[in-house]
Design a protein around this ligand. Sequence first.
Ligand code: ADP
Ligand code: MG
Length: 510
Amino acid sequence: MEIEPAEEVKEPPRIHRLDEPVVNRIAAGEVIQRPVSAVKELVENSLDASSTSISVLVKDGGLKLIQVSDDGHGIRYEDLPILCERHTTSKLSKYEDLQSIKSMGFRGEALASMTYVGHVTVTTITRGQLHGYRVSYRDGVMENEPKACAAVKGTQIVIENLFYNMIARRKTLQNSADDYTKIVDLLSRFAIHHIDVSFSCRKHGAARADVHSVATPSRLNAIRSVYGLLVAQNLIKIEASDHDPSSSVFEMDGFISNSNYVAKKTTMVLFINDRLVECTALKRALEVVYVATLPKASKPFIYMSITLPPEHVDVNVHPTKREVSLLNQEVIVEKMQSVVESVLRNSNESRTFQEQTVEATPSVPSVTNNDLHLSPSPSGSKSQRVPVNKIVRTDSSDPAGRMHAYLYKNPQKYLGRDSSLTTVRSSVRQRRNLKETADLTSIQELINDIDSKCHSDLLDIVRQSTYVGMADDVFALLQHNTHLYLANVVNLSNPDAEHNFNENHKLAAA
Ligand code: ADP
Ligand code: MG
């Protein structure tokens, strides 16, 4: 008979108090989750300091260096000893202040956290001072007395070797995609909301800034300079407000993309009471509207700024403050949904096509049959052999030129194109009135003959199509039902070619 071994009796483990540096480092890892969270905190501090210009410099995705310089009010000399201690702030005194807080920061944790996971150096000067001060911090305390130094207006904060003491985090970040793109994205978002502030963001060693915005009174200008013309020209302004305390109280304004905008990913830039936040419920709700309203499967671009009474917003729900909780959130989401839906429906009903001016582009060599498999050589660089299926349009500002690479040109056919415009018109006019002008039976017979040979589907396509625009000097884009066609308009203009009208219309389903 086997005897069961007596079960080991486990004593409850002892509870002990963690050392303060451990507590601080754990908390810091939560506030500064990755380099981009440090940049967000620093830029928000600069905005809170009433800066009009903020520049960010990043090295190695922020792991080696993050430098944020502003021209704000600076930090007093007397405050420097406690600047990087946990829970030291100039923005909040008592808990109730949270109800009406306007500043981005209030937790007094950001700078402290940075000193627990990186090396922080602050250079600052306040108004009326002859010189500034520079001081470095480690684990919440000053490493040395502040040193007098030359300084320009405002504050510069440098974080070096972020996560030097958090091996696992550093490794994950080194392996994951560079945070620099996230930092550029963050600065782009700030730049289109705080349009009275100039922003710049540059990679260390790069000559050009990746975000470069100048203060402007026009939001659309700011969006154009940050996200580009293709986004800005496809936006519709939206505005809404509600002042009914029984349902919701808010004011909203923004821009949303129209039916011509094409993107694979949604860009949702949301500010609630001037805080850059995320709201998945609202984002999903608006994406649903786009899918339901627009025929094209494009994801939207949305910039939305919502203002609510401060007491309706709980700002203290996330350590990085990236989320807020709203009173009547569901009602507000529904209202935004219906505003966006009605604006989109109206814009979809009156869709317009932009006319393109096609100009000869001498920088792009004309392509003959022999070199159809080569890409046009980029101006000033060595020509590379690129298969035609790999050719991409690289220059959006040159919509006409790059398409030449795909098309075969017959130079004789489009010589004297301008003068042939009148011929096109008169031939079209003639064709319309063929039956009336055909007095002679022989002509009538010829017409009947042509009509009988005519491909009825093709004729329907040409008759019922909508002119979209010129693809290049020779081909016009026509839309018929859900198809897009390229039509050779030069052949059309040639009266000799009219008898074989059907063949000469190189209609290609795109
Ligand atoms: P919080 O922003 O929550 O107050 P922080 O740790 O981010 O906490 O900053 C602590 C304090 O340091 C701020 O309250 C502010 O007074 C001061 N400070 C930080 N950055 C700047 C800056 N760029 N310009 C002026 N003052 C700053
Ligand atoms: Mg702060």
